[in-house]
Design a protein around this ligand. Structure first.
Ligand code: AMP
Ligand code: ZN
Length: 456
Protein backbone atom coordinates (compact mmCIF):
# COMPACT_ATOMS: atom_id res chain seq x y z
CA UNK A 1 0.00 0.00 0.00
CA UNK A 2 1.27 3.47 -0.89
CA UNK A 3 -0.60 6.75 -0.88
CA UNK A 4 -0.41 8.70 -4.09
CA UNK A 5 -1.58 12.27 -4.01
CA UNK A 6 -1.67 15.09 -6.53
CA UNK A 7 1.10 17.60 -5.87
CA UNK A 8 0.02 21.14 -6.79
CA UNK A 9 3.64 22.19 -7.38
CA UNK A 10 4.89 19.47 -9.73
CA UNK A 11 1.33 18.94 -11.04
CA UNK A 12 1.61 15.18 -10.84
CA UNK A 13 0.57 12.31 -8.61
CA UNK A 14 3.38 11.57 -6.20
CA UNK A 15 3.82 8.90 -3.53
CA UNK A 16 3.89 10.17 0.05
CA UNK A 17 7.02 9.14 1.93
CA UNK A 18 8.61 10.50 5.10
CA UNK A 19 11.83 12.34 4.28
CA UNK A 20 13.40 12.64 7.75
CA UNK A 21 15.64 10.07 9.41
CA UNK A 22 13.22 9.61 12.33
CA UNK A 23 10.56 8.34 9.91
CA UNK A 24 8.00 10.85 11.23
CA UNK A 25 5.78 12.22 8.47
CA UNK A 26 5.45 16.00 8.93
CA UNK A 27 2.04 17.33 7.91
CA UNK A 28 1.00 21.00 8.08
CA UNK A 29 -2.57 22.05 7.34
CA UNK A 30 -3.55 25.75 7.31
CA UNK A 31 -6.23 26.20 9.96
CA UNK A 32 -9.22 28.48 10.48
CA UNK A 33 -9.50 32.18 11.28
CA UNK A 34 -11.33 32.17 14.60
CA UNK A 35 -13.81 35.07 14.50
CA UNK A 36 -17.12 33.31 13.65
CA UNK A 37 -18.41 29.75 13.32
CA UNK A 38 -16.71 27.82 10.52
CA UNK A 39 -19.07 27.00 7.63
CA UNK A 40 -19.57 23.67 5.89
CA UNK A 41 -17.15 24.73 3.12
CA UNK A 42 -14.37 25.15 5.68
CA UNK A 43 -15.35 21.76 7.05
CA UNK A 44 -15.05 20.17 3.64
CA UNK A 45 -11.39 21.13 3.70
CA UNK A 46 -10.91 19.96 7.30
CA UNK A 47 -12.73 16.64 6.75
CA UNK A 48 -10.68 15.91 3.61
CA UNK A 49 -7.52 16.67 5.58
CA UNK A 50 -8.75 14.41 8.36
CA UNK A 51 -9.14 11.49 5.96
CA UNK A 52 -5.62 12.22 4.74
CA UNK A 53 -4.33 12.20 8.34
CA UNK A 54 -6.06 8.85 8.95
CA UNK A 55 -4.58 7.33 5.80
CA UNK A 56 -1.13 8.55 6.83
CA UNK A 57 -1.58 6.87 10.21
CA UNK A 58 -2.67 3.63 8.58
CA UNK A 59 0.30 3.83 6.23
CA UNK A 60 3.12 4.91 8.57
CA UNK A 61 1.71 4.11 12.04
CA UNK A 62 -0.07 6.57 14.31
CA UNK A 63 3.09 7.44 16.23
CA UNK A 64 4.90 8.30 13.00
CA UNK A 65 2.63 11.13 11.86
CA UNK A 66 2.90 14.67 13.21
CA UNK A 67 0.00 16.89 12.24
CA UNK A 68 0.11 20.63 12.87
CA UNK A 69 -2.80 22.98 12.14
CA UNK A 70 -2.66 26.65 13.11
CA UNK A 71 -5.29 29.01 14.43
CA UNK A 72 -5.28 32.50 12.92
CA UNK A 73 -6.18 34.52 15.99
CA UNK A 74 -4.98 37.97 14.96
CA UNK A 75 -5.80 39.57 11.61
CA UNK A 76 -8.16 42.21 10.20
CA UNK A 77 -11.27 40.02 10.68
CA UNK A 78 -10.62 38.95 14.27
CA UNK A 79 -9.65 42.49 15.31
CA UNK A 80 -12.72 43.96 13.60
CA UNK A 81 -14.99 41.47 15.41
CA UNK A 82 -13.38 42.29 18.78
CA UNK A 83 -13.87 46.02 18.12
CA UNK A 84 -17.49 45.61 17.00
CA UNK A 85 -18.33 43.55 20.09
CA UNK A 86 -16.21 45.67 22.40
CA UNK A 87 -14.57 42.55 23.83
CA UNK A 88 -10.86 41.70 24.14
CA UNK A 89 -9.48 39.88 21.10
CA UNK A 90 -8.45 36.85 23.20
CA UNK A 91 -12.00 36.46 24.48
CA UNK A 92 -13.49 36.53 20.96
CA UNK A 93 -10.94 34.10 19.52
CA UNK A 94 -11.33 31.70 22.48
CA UNK A 95 -15.09 31.60 21.96
CA UNK A 96 -14.69 30.67 18.29
CA UNK A 97 -11.78 28.31 18.90
CA UNK A 98 -13.93 26.40 21.39
CA UNK A 99 -16.78 26.28 18.88
CA UNK A 100 -14.44 25.10 16.14
CA UNK A 101 -13.19 22.29 18.40
CA UNK A 102 -16.72 21.23 19.31
CA UNK A 103 -17.70 21.14 15.62
CA UNK A 104 -14.56 19.19 14.65
CA UNK A 105 -15.26 16.68 17.43
CA UNK A 106 -18.86 16.30 16.23
CA UNK A 107 -17.49 15.62 12.73
CA UNK A 108 -15.11 13.04 14.23
CA UNK A 109 -11.99 14.86 13.03
CA UNK A 110 -8.84 13.83 14.88
CA UNK A 111 -7.27 16.72 16.76
CA UNK A 112 -3.96 17.87 15.30
CA UNK A 113 -0.98 17.06 17.51
CA UNK A 114 -0.11 20.73 17.75
CA UNK A 115 -2.50 23.63 17.21
CA UNK A 116 -0.31 26.74 17.42
CA UNK A 117 -1.72 30.27 17.48
CA UNK A 118 -0.37 33.36 15.75
CA UNK A 119 -0.47 35.40 18.98
CA UNK A 120 1.45 32.64 20.76
CA UNK A 121 4.27 32.85 18.20
CA UNK A 122 5.03 36.56 17.83
CA UNK A 123 8.70 36.08 18.72
CA UNK A 124 9.16 33.33 16.12
CA UNK A 125 7.55 35.56 13.47
CA UNK A 126 9.65 38.59 14.42
CA UNK A 127 12.82 36.46 14.34
CA UNK A 128 12.00 35.25 10.85
CA UNK A 129 11.23 38.76 9.56
CA UNK A 130 14.49 39.93 11.13
CA UNK A 131 16.46 37.32 9.15
CA UNK A 132 14.61 38.29 5.95
CA UNK A 133 15.45 41.99 6.39
CA UNK A 134 19.11 41.17 7.10
CA UNK A 135 19.33 38.95 4.03
CA UNK A 136 17.85 41.69 1.83
CA UNK A 137 14.57 39.87 1.14
CA UNK A 138 12.51 42.39 3.10
CA UNK A 139 12.53 46.12 3.80
CA UNK A 140 11.03 48.49 6.33
CA UNK A 141 8.71 51.16 4.91
CA UNK A 142 8.55 54.69 6.31
CA UNK A 143 5.52 53.91 8.50
CA UNK A 144 7.22 50.97 10.25
CA UNK A 145 5.62 48.19 8.22
CA UNK A 146 7.92 45.55 6.75
CA UNK A 147 7.39 44.10 3.28
CA UNK A 148 8.73 41.05 1.52
CA UNK A 149 10.50 42.03 -1.69
CA UNK A 150 9.04 39.63 -4.23
CA UNK A 151 11.71 40.46 -6.84
CA UNK A 152 14.38 39.08 -4.44
CA UNK A 153 13.06 35.52 -4.82
CA UNK A 154 13.54 34.11 -8.32
CA UNK A 155 11.21 31.15 -7.77
CA UNK A 156 8.23 33.32 -6.79
CA UNK A 157 5.13 32.10 -8.64
CA UNK A 158 6.28 28.51 -9.17
CA UNK A 159 3.44 27.00 -7.16
CA UNK A 160 0.57 29.08 -8.51
CA UNK A 161 2.08 29.83 -11.95
CA UNK A 162 1.07 33.38 -11.24
CA UNK A 163 1.85 35.44 -14.30
CA UNK A 164 3.63 38.74 -14.42
CA UNK A 165 0.34 40.35 -15.43
CA UNK A 166 -1.41 39.02 -12.34
CA UNK A 167 1.44 40.06 -10.11
CA UNK A 168 0.90 43.58 -11.34
CA UNK A 169 -2.59 43.44 -9.87
CA UNK A 170 -0.75 43.07 -6.57
CA UNK A 171 -2.91 44.27 -3.75
CA UNK A 172 -6.15 43.22 -5.47
CA UNK A 173 -4.93 39.63 -5.22
CA UNK A 174 -3.13 39.82 -1.93
CA UNK A 175 -5.72 38.13 0.22
CA UNK A 176 -5.95 39.28 3.79
CA UNK A 177 -3.46 42.18 3.28
CA UNK A 178 -4.56 45.78 3.45
CA UNK A 179 -5.26 47.81 0.29
CA UNK A 180 -3.74 50.93 1.85
CA UNK A 181 -0.43 49.06 2.15
CA UNK A 182 0.11 49.75 -1.54
CA UNK A 183 1.25 53.33 -0.81
CA UNK A 184 4.15 52.15 1.31
CA UNK A 185 5.44 49.36 -0.89
CA UNK A 186 8.35 49.58 -3.33
CA UNK A 187 6.44 47.31 -5.68
CA UNK A 188 2.73 46.42 -5.81
CA UNK A 189 3.46 42.70 -5.66
CA UNK A 190 5.36 42.98 -2.37
CA UNK A 191 3.42 41.77 0.65
CA UNK A 192 3.34 42.69 4.33
CA UNK A 193 5.37 40.71 6.87
CA UNK A 194 4.82 43.21 9.67
CA UNK A 195 2.02 45.79 9.83
CA UNK A 196 2.73 49.06 11.59
CA UNK A 197 0.29 49.95 14.37
CA UNK A 198 -2.99 51.64 13.40
CA UNK A 199 -5.41 53.06 15.97
CA UNK A 200 -8.08 50.53 14.94
CA UNK A 201 -5.75 47.73 16.11
CA UNK A 202 -6.52 48.77 19.70
CA UNK A 203 -4.48 46.77 22.21
CA UNK A 204 -3.48 44.23 19.63
CA UNK A 205 0.08 45.29 18.94
CA UNK A 206 3.52 44.05 19.89
CA UNK A 207 6.97 45.62 20.05
CA UNK A 208 9.42 44.77 17.31
CA UNK A 209 12.73 46.07 15.92
CA UNK A 210 10.59 48.09 13.42
CA UNK A 211 8.25 49.61 15.98
CA UNK A 212 4.90 48.55 17.39
CA UNK A 213 2.64 46.53 15.15
CA UNK A 214 1.44 43.06 14.35
CA UNK A 215 2.49 40.28 12.01
CA UNK A 216 1.07 39.97 8.50
CA UNK A 217 -0.99 36.84 7.95
CA UNK A 218 1.35 34.77 5.75
CA UNK A 219 4.34 34.79 8.09
CA UNK A 220 2.52 32.90 10.86
CA UNK A 221 2.46 29.62 8.92
CA UNK A 222 6.14 29.91 7.94
CA UNK A 223 7.13 30.55 11.57
CA UNK A 224 4.86 27.98 13.18
CA UNK A 225 5.60 25.15 10.76
CA UNK A 226 9.33 25.79 11.29
CA UNK A 227 8.97 25.73 15.05
CA UNK A 228 6.84 22.60 15.26
CA UNK A 229 7.91 20.59 12.20
CA UNK A 230 11.31 21.94 11.19
CA UNK A 231 12.55 23.73 8.07
CA UNK A 232 11.39 21.13 5.55
CA UNK A 233 7.97 19.57 5.92
CA UNK A 234 6.62 16.54 4.07
CA UNK A 235 3.15 17.81 3.21
CA UNK A 236 1.45 21.20 3.26
CA UNK A 237 -2.27 21.48 2.58
CA UNK A 238 -5.24 23.83 2.47
CA UNK A 239 -8.21 24.87 0.38
CA UNK A 240 -7.57 25.90 -3.22
CA UNK A 241 -8.03 29.60 -2.39
CA UNK A 242 -4.83 29.46 -0.34
CA UNK A 243 -2.65 28.52 -3.30
CA UNK A 244 -2.16 32.17 -4.16
CA UNK A 245 -1.10 34.33 -2.50
CA UNK A 246 -0.90 32.60 0.89
CA UNK A 247 1.11 29.49 0.01
CA UNK A 248 3.19 31.25 -2.61
CA UNK A 249 4.16 33.77 0.07
CA UNK A 250 4.86 31.06 2.65
CA UNK A 251 7.33 29.43 0.22
CA UNK A 252 9.05 32.77 -0.44
CA UNK A 253 9.37 33.60 3.27
CA UNK A 254 10.51 30.15 4.41
CA UNK A 255 12.91 29.39 1.59
CA UNK A 256 14.58 32.81 1.72
CA UNK A 257 14.88 32.68 5.51
CA UNK A 258 15.99 29.05 5.87
CA UNK A 259 17.82 28.59 2.57
CA UNK A 260 16.28 25.17 2.06
CA UNK A 261 13.19 23.50 0.54
CA UNK A 262 10.03 24.38 2.48
CA UNK A 263 7.52 21.64 1.59
CA UNK A 264 8.05 18.40 -0.31
CA UNK A 265 4.41 18.09 -1.33
CA UNK A 266 1.54 20.56 -1.75
CA UNK A 267 -2.08 19.50 -1.75
CA UNK A 268 -5.13 21.71 -2.31
CA UNK A 269 -8.70 20.55 -2.06
CA UNK A 270 -11.46 22.24 -4.05
CA UNK A 271 -14.27 24.35 -2.71
CA UNK A 272 -17.77 23.44 -1.67
CA UNK A 273 -20.59 25.22 -3.50
CA UNK A 274 -24.12 25.39 -2.16
CA UNK A 275 -26.95 25.09 -4.69
CA UNK A 276 -24.38 25.71 -7.41
CA UNK A 277 -23.13 29.00 -5.96
CA UNK A 278 -20.31 30.25 -3.81
CA UNK A 279 -21.51 30.38 -0.22
CA UNK A 280 -22.30 33.80 1.11
CA UNK A 281 -24.41 35.27 3.90
CA UNK A 282 -26.17 37.64 1.50
CA UNK A 283 -27.30 34.76 -0.75
CA UNK A 284 -28.66 32.94 2.33
CA UNK A 285 -26.79 29.77 1.32
CA UNK A 286 -24.14 29.74 4.03
CA UNK A 287 -24.58 26.85 6.45
CA UNK A 288 -22.92 26.08 9.77
CA UNK A 289 -23.16 22.76 11.62
CA UNK A 290 -25.76 24.31 13.92
CA UNK A 291 -27.90 25.34 10.92
CA UNK A 292 -27.93 21.72 9.74
CA UNK A 293 -28.61 20.37 13.26
CA UNK A 294 -31.62 22.69 13.44
CA UNK A 295 -32.90 20.98 10.29
CA UNK A 296 -32.45 17.59 11.96
CA UNK A 297 -29.27 16.44 10.18
CA UNK A 298 -26.44 14.77 12.08
CA UNK A 299 -22.82 15.91 11.79
CA UNK A 300 -21.95 12.40 10.57
CA UNK A 301 -24.36 12.84 7.65
CA UNK A 302 -22.52 16.03 6.74
CA UNK A 303 -19.20 14.23 6.96
CA UNK A 304 -20.50 11.51 4.67
CA UNK A 305 -21.97 14.02 2.20
CA UNK A 306 -18.67 15.93 2.09
CA UNK A 307 -16.90 12.69 1.13
CA UNK A 308 -19.32 11.98 -1.71
CA UNK A 309 -17.39 14.28 -4.05
CA UNK A 310 -13.80 13.96 -5.26
CA UNK A 311 -11.73 16.35 -3.10
CA UNK A 312 -10.04 17.86 -6.15
CA UNK A 313 -13.34 18.74 -7.81
CA UNK A 314 -15.82 21.35 -6.72
CA UNK A 315 -18.67 19.74 -4.81
CA UNK A 316 -22.20 21.05 -5.02
CA UNK A 317 -23.88 20.64 -1.67
CA UNK A 318 -27.64 20.23 -1.41
CA UNK A 319 -29.89 19.28 1.50
CA UNK A 320 -30.91 16.25 -0.59
CA UNK A 321 -27.35 14.96 -0.37
CA UNK A 322 -27.77 14.91 3.43
CA UNK A 323 -30.88 12.75 3.12
CA UNK A 324 -28.90 10.32 0.94
CA UNK A 325 -26.06 10.39 3.47
CA UNK A 326 -28.34 9.61 6.43
CA UNK A 327 -29.71 6.66 4.45
CA UNK A 328 -26.25 5.36 3.61
CA UNK A 329 -25.20 5.64 7.27
CA UNK A 330 -28.26 3.66 8.35
CA UNK A 331 -27.32 0.91 5.88
CA UNK A 332 -23.76 0.85 7.23
CA UNK A 333 -25.01 0.69 10.83
CA UNK A 334 -27.25 -2.23 9.94
CA UNK A 335 -24.46 -4.01 8.12
CA UNK A 336 -22.09 -3.52 11.09
CA UNK A 337 -24.64 -5.08 13.45
CA UNK A 338 -24.60 -8.30 11.42
CA UNK A 339 -20.80 -8.76 11.58
CA UNK A 340 -19.00 -11.29 13.77
CA UNK A 341 -15.70 -10.56 15.54
CA UNK A 342 -13.41 -12.74 13.43
CA UNK A 343 -13.12 -15.11 10.54
CA UNK A 344 -13.35 -12.62 7.70
CA UNK A 345 -11.06 -12.05 4.77
CA UNK A 346 -8.66 -9.18 5.54
CA UNK A 347 -8.55 -8.28 1.85
CA UNK A 348 -12.31 -7.72 1.51
CA UNK A 349 -12.02 -3.96 1.32
CA UNK A 350 -8.85 -3.78 -0.78
CA UNK A 351 -10.69 -1.79 -3.47
CA UNK A 352 -11.78 0.78 -0.88
CA UNK A 353 -8.20 1.41 0.23
CA UNK A 354 -6.96 1.31 -3.35
CA UNK A 355 -9.36 4.18 -4.19
CA UNK A 356 -8.43 6.21 -1.10
CA UNK A 357 -4.73 5.71 -1.77
CA UNK A 358 -5.26 6.81 -5.36
CA UNK A 359 -5.38 10.59 -4.87
CA UNK A 360 -7.96 10.40 -2.07
CA UNK A 361 -10.74 9.21 -4.33
CA UNK A 362 -13.42 9.23 -1.63
CA UNK A 363 -16.44 8.77 -3.96
CA UNK A 364 -14.71 5.80 -5.60
CA UNK A 365 -13.94 4.37 -2.15
CA UNK A 366 -17.55 4.78 -0.97
CA UNK A 367 -18.69 3.04 -4.17
CA UNK A 368 -16.29 0.14 -3.50
CA UNK A 369 -17.53 -0.04 0.10
CA UNK A 370 -21.13 -0.38 -1.01
CA UNK A 371 -20.19 -3.04 -3.56
CA UNK A 372 -19.13 -5.18 -0.58
CA UNK A 373 -22.05 -4.13 1.62
CA UNK A 374 -24.60 -4.92 -1.08
CA UNK A 375 -23.08 -8.39 -1.52
CA UNK A 376 -23.85 -9.23 2.13
CA UNK A 377 -21.83 -9.92 5.24
CA UNK A 378 -20.52 -13.42 4.42
CA UNK A 379 -16.72 -13.39 4.82
CA UNK A 380 -16.62 -9.89 6.36
CA UNK A 381 -15.54 -9.47 9.97
CA UNK A 382 -16.10 -6.53 12.29
CA UNK A 383 -12.44 -5.55 12.73
CA UNK A 384 -11.82 -5.34 8.97
CA UNK A 385 -14.96 -3.25 8.53
CA UNK A 386 -14.03 -0.97 11.46
CA UNK A 387 -10.68 -0.27 9.85
CA UNK A 388 -12.55 1.04 6.80
CA UNK A 389 -14.81 3.19 9.00
CA UNK A 390 -11.67 4.52 10.72
CA UNK A 391 -10.21 5.56 7.36
CA UNK A 392 -13.37 7.45 6.38
CA UNK A 393 -13.72 8.73 9.95
CA UNK A 394 -17.31 7.53 9.99
CA UNK A 395 -18.45 7.00 13.53
CA UNK A 396 -21.50 4.74 13.38
CA UNK A 397 -22.17 5.00 17.12
CA UNK A 398 -21.74 7.67 19.74
CA UNK A 399 -18.13 8.08 20.89
CA UNK A 400 -16.32 9.75 23.77
CA UNK A 401 -18.22 10.57 26.91
CA UNK A 402 -17.93 14.24 27.81
CA UNK A 403 -14.81 14.89 29.78
CA UNK A 404 -13.09 17.89 31.30
CA UNK A 405 -9.64 16.76 30.16
CA UNK A 406 -7.48 19.54 28.69
CA UNK A 407 -6.91 19.74 24.93
CA UNK A 408 -3.41 18.23 24.99
CA UNK A 409 -4.71 15.20 26.94
CA UNK A 410 -7.61 14.81 24.50
CA UNK A 411 -5.14 14.99 21.62
CA UNK A 412 -3.05 12.20 23.20
CA UNK A 413 -6.17 10.12 23.85
CA UNK A 414 -7.35 10.61 20.25
CA UNK A 415 -3.94 9.57 19.04
CA UNK A 416 -4.04 6.44 21.20
CA UNK A 417 -7.56 5.63 20.04
CA UNK A 418 -6.44 6.02 16.44
CA UNK A 419 -3.41 3.81 17.06
CA UNK A 420 -5.65 1.13 18.53
CA UNK A 421 -8.08 1.34 15.62
CA UNK A 422 -5.13 0.99 13.29
CA UNK A 423 -3.96 -2.02 15.32
CA UNK A 424 -0.68 -0.32 16.17
CA UNK A 425 -0.72 -1.76 19.68
CA UNK A 426 2.87 -0.83 20.53
CA UNK A 427 2.08 2.85 19.85
CA UNK A 428 -1.23 2.55 21.73
CA UNK A 429 0.53 1.14 24.81
CA UNK A 430 3.19 3.82 24.73
CA UNK A 431 0.50 6.51 24.54
CA UNK A 432 -1.44 4.93 27.42
CA UNK A 433 1.73 5.23 29.53
CA UNK A 434 2.16 8.84 28.45
CA UNK A 435 -1.43 9.59 29.52
CA UNK A 436 -0.92 7.84 32.86
CA UNK A 437 2.24 9.85 33.48
CA UNK A 438 0.18 12.99 32.86
CA UNK A 439 -2.38 11.78 35.43
CA UNK A 440 -5.14 10.42 33.17
CA UNK A 441 -6.50 6.96 32.74
CA UNK A 442 -8.15 6.06 29.45
CA UNK A 443 -10.97 3.55 29.52
CA UNK A 444 -11.73 1.83 26.24
CA UNK A 445 -15.21 0.96 25.24
CA UNK A 446 -16.40 -0.85 22.16
CA UNK A 447 -17.35 2.36 20.39
CA UNK A 448 -15.06 4.94 21.96
CA UNK A 449 -13.33 5.91 25.16
CA UNK A 450 -13.64 7.95 28.30
CA UNK A 451 -10.95 9.70 30.33
CA UNK A 452 -10.70 9.88 34.08
CA UNK A 453 -8.18 11.65 36.26
CA UNK A 454 -6.09 9.15 38.23
CA UNK A 455 -6.82 9.57 41.93
CA UNK A 456 -3.68 10.05 44.01
P1 AMP B 1 -10.32 30.52 6.69
O1 AMP B 1 -10.91 30.34 8.07
O2 AMP B 1 -11.06 31.48 5.85
O3 AMP B 1 -8.84 30.83 6.74
O4 AMP B 1 -10.48 29.10 5.93
C1 AMP B 1 -10.18 27.86 6.52
C2 AMP B 1 -10.03 26.79 5.44
O5 AMP B 1 -11.28 26.62 4.75
C3 AMP B 1 -9.00 27.13 4.37
O6 AMP B 1 -8.23 25.97 4.08
C4 AMP B 1 -9.85 27.53 3.15
O7 AMP B 1 -9.18 27.23 1.95
C5 AMP B 1 -11.06 26.63 3.33
N1 AMP B 1 -12.29 27.10 2.67
C6 AMP B 1 -12.84 28.34 2.68
N2 AMP B 1 -14.00 28.37 1.97
C7 AMP B 1 -14.21 27.12 1.50
C8 AMP B 1 -15.23 26.48 0.70
N3 AMP B 1 -16.29 27.14 0.24
N4 AMP B 1 -15.07 25.16 0.42
C9 AMP B 1 -14.01 24.45 0.88
N5 AMP B 1 -13.03 24.99 1.65
C10 AMP B 1 -13.11 26.29 1.96
ZN1 ZN C 1 -1.22 28.97 6.25
Amino acid sequence: MAIRLFDSLSRELRTLTPSHADGVYRFYNCGPTVYAPAHIGNFRTFVVNDVLRRLLELEFGAAKVKHVRNLTDVDDKTIRRSREENRPLAEVTKQWTDKFHADCDALNCLRPHVEPTATGHIKEQVDMIDVLTKKGNAYRAADGSVYFKVSSFDSYGRLSRVKERELQLGSALSGKSHAADADEKEDVSDFALWKAYKPEDGDNAWDSPWGRGRPGWHIECSAMSKKHLGETIDLHTGGVDLLFPHHENEIAQSECCNGTLFAKHWYHSEHLLVDGKKMSKSLGNLYTLDDLAAKGFSPMALRYALLMGHPRKQLNFTLDSLHAAEKALATLRNFRSTLAAGGGDAGTFAAVFAALDDDLNTPGALGALFTVVNRGSAGVDAATFDRVMFAFGLNLTATKTKTSAPAEILALADKRWAAKQAKDFAAADALRKELAAAGWSMLDRKDGYSLEPIKK
